[in-house]
Write a protein that binds this ligand. Structure first.
Ligand code: HEC
Length: 269
């Protein structure tokens, strides 16, 4: 499931980690002020509108739009679908998150190849992939709906268990797990509070606001990107897009934060 990638960012990260510390209330207030400021000028709606246009655009060898895509509530139903993901889909016999399902619809309905449909999913800030726009649109259609991923099917349970194991699994050059950075109150890196993602209190606000517009990249980012980028920060091999492992990590986060009304797409540092 992993493809390796080397990086020259280690010294920068070491510095950032050195800054990991509990700071005072003042910093926290400043961060909150800053977060409000960036949210007020966020272009999230533009991504949602472009995503809706893409959803309806006929393309691929089959010349089809995604309007017949079944996101779990029946073909074509977008309202409230995102808040119920990840979940088990009988037609693929797999637990899928939003990006996995979108990719499935692009290949099955539009006849596109995985390679073509996933070009640039992790990278190019100047030229984002369709996943960003589409996830903005679909997620926006769940605003106000309580986050409730699938929890009953045996494969949903297995995905949650795998995700929990991976969250606490230490590996890589630095022997980090997700919990190394997201397992303790009061940790911060670069003006960003690091939420404790393994508790409902920490996970709720996070799963209610991803996918999100990221001011530091001036780009909209998906949850798959978020998880991938944290694996990169951990010096781990880069996981494959929508692998069962990354979906499981997502499942663990979403199930931990379940019950929270979705209020994204959010705006982040
Ligand atoms: C080396 C420290 C580090 C590790 C280890 C790490 N992360 Fe992160 N994570 C960060 C930082 C830093 C941010 C904030 C990123 C930013 O905006 O600059 C972040 C942000 C996030 C967010 C978004 C939080 C929010 O407030 O919206 C999620 C979700 C997340 N990480 C998941 C994970 C998962 C899952 C793992 C394990 C696979 C992981 N992280 C491992 C450093 C880490």
């Amino acid at each position: 499931m992993f493809r390796s990638r080397t990086s020259a960012l280690a010294p920068a990260l070491a510095l950032a980690l050195a800054a990991l510390s509990v700071q005072g209330q003042d910093t926290k207030k400043e961060i909150e002020k800053y977060q409000k400021m960036i949210a007020d000028s966020s272009p999230v709606e533009l991504y949602e509108l472009q995503g809706e246009a893409l959803w309806k655009k006929k393309q691929g060898p089959k010349g089809a739009s995604l309007e017949a895509c079944d996101l779990g509530r029946g073909p074509g139903v977008v309202k409230g679908a995102y808040a119920r993901l990840p979940r088990y889909f009988p037609d693929t016999d797999r637990v899928m998150d939003l990006e996995a399902r979108l990719l499935h619809c692009m290949t099955s309905l539009q006849g596109r190849t995985r390679e073509e449909a996933t070009k640039r999913v992790f990278g190019d800030d100047d030229n984002p992939s369709e996943m960003e726009y589409l996830s903005a649109y679909v997620a926006g259609e769940s605003r106000g709906v309580a986050v409730s991923p699938g929890t009953r099917h045996p494969k949903e349970k297995a995905s949650y268990e795998l995700g929990r194991t991976l969250f606490f699994y230490r590996a890589g050059a630095w022997d980090f797990s997700c919990a190394s950075c997201h397992g303790e109150e009061g940790k911060r890196i670069r003006m960003q509070e690091l939420p404790v993602l393994s508790t409902p209190a920490g996970a709720r606000a996070v799963v209610a606001t991803w996918p999100a517009y990221r001011v530091s990249n001036s780009q909209f980012k998906t949850m798959q990107w978020r998880i991938n980028d944290c694996y990169r920060q951990m010096r781990m091999p880069e996981p494959n897009f929508v692998s069962d492992a990354t979906i499981a990590v997502n499942m663990f986060l979403v199930a931990t934060g379940k019950g929270e009304p979705y209020r994204g797409p959010g705006t982040k540092r």
